[in-house]
Design a protein around this ligand. Structure first.
Ligand code: ATP
Ligand code: MG
Length: 422
């Protein structure tokens, strides 16, 4: 026998037992996005490497060390997308979606990052995200946050997540702050952890969210970004806060929240949970007014967010009963053709019911065993007797009750019988 081939490390299969929960979640999220009139956009998983280098930023963790980048057969450097925003901007620009109009878009799909795999962190993972373009007021920031809050209500996760909010100011404000922060941290270099020392020259704001205790201590007395904001940034943030307050959305201001991607300005937010250990962020987003221009378009204000689907699934698994992918109706028969035709008749008559026809033969007894093991709720028996009488025996596997029904009246009678037992 030849050796078995395993999957690539950090890339997961979503197995039949898990896919009903994924489908349930995806349907609910799509429903919420529709309720806010967002339109779905689907972009390729592979893009030119330059898109992410320029979009996400050369000195971010993602571009520095997490991307799946390779040359294709013509020697062009391509990258498996590590996130959705840059692709979304690229596609919207390329197809003229940003020309003199506002857009509310959403996407879903796999993302790829070469990270150390652990619970809640994988090399292929899934995001559902939304991006809005052309709106510069705090109202759209508030809408995006209200949308995510509704997601948690819809998924029953309100108790598990809390909102953290911050503003990063505009790029000139950040640049002034950056200088002050670098000056301060340079004086305390010896007390910083290794990652933070590296970031000090390359991406100093990221030092702010270091988890290292010694770095944390140094940060206690670091200059605060708040002191560098002008009136426009301040009033944008204050109006957003007032809108959230009026809508009854609780949040915690976290001045250390800086996000790992370079393109954010002003509003940033994360929905976090304590239930998943270190991988606590289930949704992250914010404003990125500079990105469209950075990628070659006209300056266009933008706000968006992305949800980590695997982390939501982990949360949901902690509280939902297992959703079953099993059939509801299982057909057992001594006549394979008759069984197939009955199954077709049932699919016509009872749309939405999951019907499984036993295939592959076997005795009545072994077919019944398989029906039992399948997890189906009801068995429809089509033996010689039933075939001759043009009838079907319907058996409830939970209580063993059974009843014979005429084929001609099956659709109505069975519908009623099932409804009474649901
Ligand atoms: P983290 O700090 O956890 O690395 P991030 O800041 O890199 O997150 P974003 O790029 O903002 O994350 O992505 C948005 C969301 O996607 C995250 O909040 C998380 O839920 C999810 N996510 C990011 N990276 C991974 C991964 N490797 N595996 C699973 N989910 C991920
Ligand atoms: Mg990360």
């Amino acid at each position: 026998m030849s050796k078995k081939i395993a999957s690539v490390r950090g890339m997961n299969d979503i197995l039949p037992a898990q896919s009903p929960l994924w489908q349930w979640l995806e349907a609910r999220v799509a429903g919420v996005l529709a309720a806010y009139s967002y339109s779905e956009i689907r972009t390729p998983v592979l893009e030119r490497t330059e898109l992410f280098q320029r979009g996400i930023g050369e000195v971010t963790d993602i571009v520095e060390k997490e991307m799946y980048t390779f040359d294709d057969r013509s020697g062009e450097s391509v990258t498996l997308r590590p996130e959705g925003t840059a692709s979304c901007v690229r596609a919207a620009e390329e197809h003229g979606l940003l020309y003199n109009q506002t857009q509310r878009l959403w996407y879903r799909g796999p993302m790829f990052r070469y990270e150390r795999p652990q619970a809640g962190r994988y090399r292929q993972f899934h995001q559902i995200g939304a991006e809005t373009f052309g709106m510069d007021g705090p109202d759209i920031d508030a809408e995006v946050i209200l949308l995510t809050a509704r997601l948690w209500r819809e998924l029953g996760l309100t108790e598990q997540v809390t909102l953290e909010l911050n503003t990063l100011g505009d790029s000139d404000e950040r640049a002034a702050y950056r200088d002050a922060l670098v000056a301060y941290l340079s004086d305390h270099q010896d007390q910083l952890d290794e990652d933070s020392r590296r970031r000090l020259t390359r991406n100093p704001l990221r030092v702010l969210d270091s988890k290292d205790p010694s770095t944390q201590a140094v940060l206690q007395n670091a200059p605060s970004l708040l002191d560098y904001f002008g009136d426009a940034t301040k009033s944008h943030f204050e109006t957003l806060r007032a809108m959230l307050d009026q809508a009854g959305i609780a949040y915690r201001i976290n001045p250390r929240l800086v996000r790992g991607l370079d393109y954010y300005n002003r509003t940033v937010f994360e929905w976090v949970t304590t239930a998943l250990g270190a991988q606590g962020t289930v949704c992250a987003g914010g404003r990125y007014d500079g990105l469209v221009a950075q990628l070659g378009g006209k300056p266009t204000p933008a706000v968006g967010f992305a949800v980590g689907v695997e982390r939501l699934i982990l949360l949901l698994e902690q509280q939902l009963p297992e959703l079953t992918p099993a059939a509801e109706l299982y057909i057992v028969s001594s006549d394979a053709t008759a069984a197939l035709l009955l199954a077709e008749q049932l699919r016509d008559a009872l749309p939405g019911r999951r019907v499984q026809c036993h295939c592959g033969g076997g005795s009545f007894k072994s077919q019944m065993k398989k029906a039992d093991r399948s997890g189906a709720n009801w068995v429809l028996l089509l033996g010689e007797d039933e075939l001759a009488a043009e009838e079907v025996t319907v058996k409830c596997l939970a209580d063993g009750q059974q009843q014979r029904m005429a084929r001609a009246a099956l659709a109505t009678e069975l519908g009623q019988w099932l409804a009474a037992r649901n």
